[in-house]
Design a protein around this ligand. Structure first.
Ligand SMILES: Nc1nc2c(ncn2[C@@H]2O[C@H](COP(=O)(O)OP(=O)(O)OP(=O)(O)O)[C@@H](O)[C@H]2O)c(=O)[nH]1
Ligand SMILES: [Mg+2]
Length: 427
């Protein structure tokens, strides 16, 4: 199964500058020879792979790209300047085709890879270039060549960054519909969604991520009950899981139970999925029945060390905060190194230990959080401190941190599970 993002773009390379027709005029040289300079080259259109892009969404707002023209040649044999290329950034995995012929112009896979998609026009020659024995004083010069123009089709195979999991009818598709242009089917019966749908979600700072809506999961899903099983492998490749529960419980199930049941299935399906970071999202808070479950769900998130959001996909409540958090989280995501065969054996105790950090203080009174989990910790914060990741030590210089740690009952010298701390404090 493939998801393709597709968009059309028009590009026009720069025209070459015109050649100049001119003659030398100097004192004591009554009949100076031809001295018109050549025009400069027009700028190329160059596509370059940018690691910060992951969708073609930006092209919806910016469809036309034009490179500058070359400068015209001038008197005294002065050449016109070549125009710089117009660089168009594309995400890794973009293919570029000519719309008319369908010809594949470029398959851009590696970060930094470049391809000239439309060539700038050659500059015209000045009259100095046309002088010969027969005509020592040509009075003509060449025009610059026009730059190439092309209509293109860009395509990108999408990989989902975020996977939605949860029971049927908890509102997964409603969430995708509320925050992307995707229009999955939404209905009040179970298994409305039968194949995954991807939505491109624009975050509030000119970036986007891809969310995968998959069919609902039920008990036994890992053993093939229901529909979810076939699609869990898509979730396996995402970076983050949004675990959606129906806070209203109007279908008669307890959302706290749901959470544990779904996680049991995820774990049974694969340890890799079980280790994915989850965010607990309580949906349907517009319904009055949600009120009594919300504190329980919040406590559940705190207990499990998960970030918690209460939303209403139907009423569009709390979506902005959720999207913005997910966007920042993904920006700071550090790819897990591919585990070797041996390492794939999951050791639960070791995994828990790896998530522990110790809070101490240095002489200057700064809090130092150290432990194996730092890489993950830094990834969860807004701080992107390479140094900290490398040294597995991070110094927090945050106003009021003492109170915040105290509020959470975390004492100096204590080792805590990273879920017990909150990582949203900004400097
Ligand atoms: N009141 C209320 N109803 C909601 C909300 N979100 C979704 N619903 C309703 O819940 C029902 C199920 O929503 P879907 O988005 O189809 O749920 P789903 O999780 O995708 O369901 P499956 O595809 O069957 O797994 C629909 O009738 C929605 O209108 C919400 O925030 N508030
Ligand atoms: Mg659905």
């Amino acid at each position: 199964m493939q998801f393709i993002d597709k968009t059309k773009v028009i590009v026009k390379a720069g025209d070459g500058g015109h050649g100049k027709s001119a003659f030398r005029r100097e004192k004591f040289v009554p009949k100076g020879g031809p001295a018109g300079g050549d025009g400069g080259r027009g700028g190329d259109i160059v596509f370059r792979v940018d690691q910060n892009m992951n969708t073609l969404l930006d092209f919806r707002y910016h469809r036309k790209f034009k490179a500058e023209n070359g400068e015209n040649g001038d008197i005294k044999n002065q050449y016109g300047k070549n125009a710089p290329p117009c660089i168009v950034k594309v995400p890794p995995g973009t293919t570029v085709r000519d719309e008319e012929t369908g010809e594949l112009l470029a398959d851009l896979t590696e970060v930094g890879q470049e391809a000239v998609i439309a060539k700038g026009g050659r500059g015209g020659r000045g009259n100095a270039k046309f002088a010969n024995a027969a005509n020592r004083a040509p009075t003509f010069a060449e025009f610059g060549e026009p730059g190439e123009s092309r209509n293109l089709v860009l395509e990108l195979k999408l990989l989902a960054d975020v996977g939605l999991v949860g029971y049927p009818s908890v509102g997964k598709s409603s969430l995708v519909a509320a925050c992307s242009a995707a229009r999955p089917e939404i209905a009040d019966y179970h298994f409305t969604t039968i194949t995954p749908v991807l939505g491109v979600v624009k975050t509030d700072y000119e970036k986007s991520f891809v969310m995968a809506d998959i069919p609902g999961l039920i008990e036994g899903a890992a053993d093939g009950v229901g529909l979810g099983h076939d699609f869990l492998r898509h979730v396996e490749r995402t970076k983050l899981i949004l675990h959606i529960v129906d806070a209203s419980g109007i279908e008669g199930r307890d959302p706290v139970d749901d959470f544990y049941k779904i996680n049991k299935e995820l774990k049974k399906y694969s340890e890799k999925i079980a280790r994915r970071t989850q965010i607990l999202v309580a949906n349907k808070i517009d319904l009055p029945e949600a009120a009594e479950n919300l504190p329980r769900l919040e406590a559940l998130a705190a207990k499990e060390g998960l970030k918690f959001f209460a939303i209403s996909a139907a009423a569009h409540t709390g979506l902005k905060e959720l999207i913005s958090y997910v966007g920042t989280w993904l920006d700071n995501y550090v790819e897990e190194p591919e585990a070797t065969e041996e390492e794939t054996v999951y050791d639960e105790d070791a995994a828990r230990d790896a998530e522990k950090v110790t809070v101490t203080r240095n002489d200057a009174g700064d809090f130092i959080v150290s432990g194996k989990a730092l890489e993950k910790l830094v990834a969860m914060t807004n701080f992107n401190n390479d140094e900290a990741v490398r040294r597995f030590q991070y110094i927090w210089r945050i106003k009021g941190i003492d109170e915040k740690l105290k509020e959470r009952g975390i004492r100096e010298g204590q080792t805590v599970h990273i879920g017990e701390m909150e990582f949203e404090w900004r400097e």
